[in-house]
Design a protein around this ligand. Structure first.
Ligand code: SF4
Length: 84
């Protein structure tokens, strides 16, 4: 599974971090950052939960899973990692 993030859609709620702290973190502004672009199968349930609870709702889990196993959440894939 590959995870993609869209920073312009992130509203800094932090829910993805709570659901999958091995995959997501937040920068100093609360914007989510991606720690692991290709989380292993042991993290699949956590990532699915993160997508489900993402407040920005830029996610298309079913279509993404069926099309290319790519998950999108509203965050950006770069920046320093800081746990909140
Ligand atoms: S990616 Fe979604 S759940 Fe994570 S901080 Fe941004 S809006 Fe919140």
């Amino acid at each position: 599974m590959k995870v993609e993030l869209e920073a312009d859609k992130c509203v800094a709620s932090g829910q993805c971090v709570l659901a999958a702290m091995d995959v997501f973190d937040q920068d100093d502004d609360g914007i989510a950052i991606l720690l692991e672009e290709k989380p292993g199968p042991e993290l699949l349930d956590d990532v699915k939960e993160a997508i489900a609870v993402c407040a920005a709702r830029p996610v298309r889990p079913a279509a993404a899973l069926q099309a290319a196993a790519v998950q999108r959440v509203g965050a950006r894939p770069a920046g320093p990692a800081h746990h909140v």
